[in-house]
Design a protein around this ligand. Sequence first.
Ligand code: 6PG
Length: 466
Amino acid sequence: MTKAQIGVYGLGTMGSALALNMAEQGFEVAVTNRETAWIADFIREAGTLAGKLQGYETLEEFVAGLAAPRVILFMIPSGAPMDAMIEAVTPLLAAGDTIIDGGNADFHLTRRRAAALQAKDLHFVGMGVSGGEEGARHGPSMMVGGSGHSWAQLKPILRAIAAKFEGNPCVDLMGPDGAGHFVKTVHNGIEYADMQVIAEVYGLLRYGAAKAPREIGEMFADWDQGRLKSYLIEITGKVLHYDDPKTGHPVVDVITDAAGQKGTGRWTVVEAIKLGQSANLIEAAVGARGWSSEKDTRAEAEKILGGERGWFDPGEAPLKEAFLAARILGYAQGFRILAAASEEYEWDLDYARIAQVWRAGCIIRSALLDDISEAFAGDLPAGQLILAPGFAKMLSTSVPALRKVVAAAVTGGHAVPGLSAALAWYDSMRQGYGTANIIQAQRDFFGHHGFERLGEAGKHHGPWWD
Ligand code: 6PG
């Protein structure tokens, strides 16, 4: 039997879909799974692709079935299971082999794992894969972090299976070790922000203007053209058209309003804070999911505090502009975190390329990413998208609508944590002289911490110490 070009360990939803995608692109793929009973079923169900799939029940046979230098993609939970598999597979590998973690992983773990394996002449790749099952099967967006050696091994396979934007594969080497997983984490942070803002827009129309879900769905379908065209707008438009077969009500009305989260949004926020940033729109989105899950408390609070929300019909055009502003600011915060991490970890991230890799296949794919990749192709200080002339212009025309929508929503008692966070960040950043002088004065007053004077370097103290 010809040796396989790649091995896929883990035949869950994502692993199976990626293995089939590779087989369809003509690669010989070795597959295995912890529950060995799944392997034969998977190959049987692969139909005409079965000839490209080689199933192995033991790790030894699976590794022996791979052409050297070997490439093994693990699609398993990234914590303890990944560590256990690294330990089990390492003795079977030889110098130059590459192990890939294709799950959503904390990039700190990826960095540690890469360093530990490097000491054994082995390569560890952290790869972010976006696009869900459908993407994995027919074209995901992939963010790779690892060595040049691993990238040379992986490139032909990943470029073949990736989503294509105008013929361009949506995959690239982002940088070494944890860079790929970090970029995927921030992708998810932006995903959280965009989802939250879409939910708030829905909420204003539904509970402020008393519009029916289907009507709001039609509006999103209209928005899914031109500048706001995006996967998340498209699917929101679609879900709002469905009725629940059991009750006949719009299906969104029978879904419990408590959002789940697996951690990547939270990681984005934590890392942003550690890097001295505050991605407050992403933070608001993560926080809002947390509040949403306090369902019992909210039910009680509605009785005690009152849940009234005032009538408010923002009108479609201002709402669309407000949404555009918030989306730009969400992306801008994401890229700012990438820039801060790139500097801290010396990754030399290519922001224009990241925007291109996100243009197809991934959850945050959107027309705006075209403009973003163009903006980053120019010289943009500190990854600040809001300073790009095209975006500064878009913001100057869309923020007034965001301001009006937030003001009216807040006055009417509508919760808009994402929209208002976006506006607060924008307003803070556009002040050349803000209010932190007061914080500095307070710090010096109570703690003798000192402050810098305008135009004078060095540490100074206030007259309160004289
Ligand atoms: C993607 C998604 C995916 C993520 C889900 C669930 O890019 O395909 O980001 O990786 O796991 O969106 O995330 P939460 O459960 O945290 O919402």
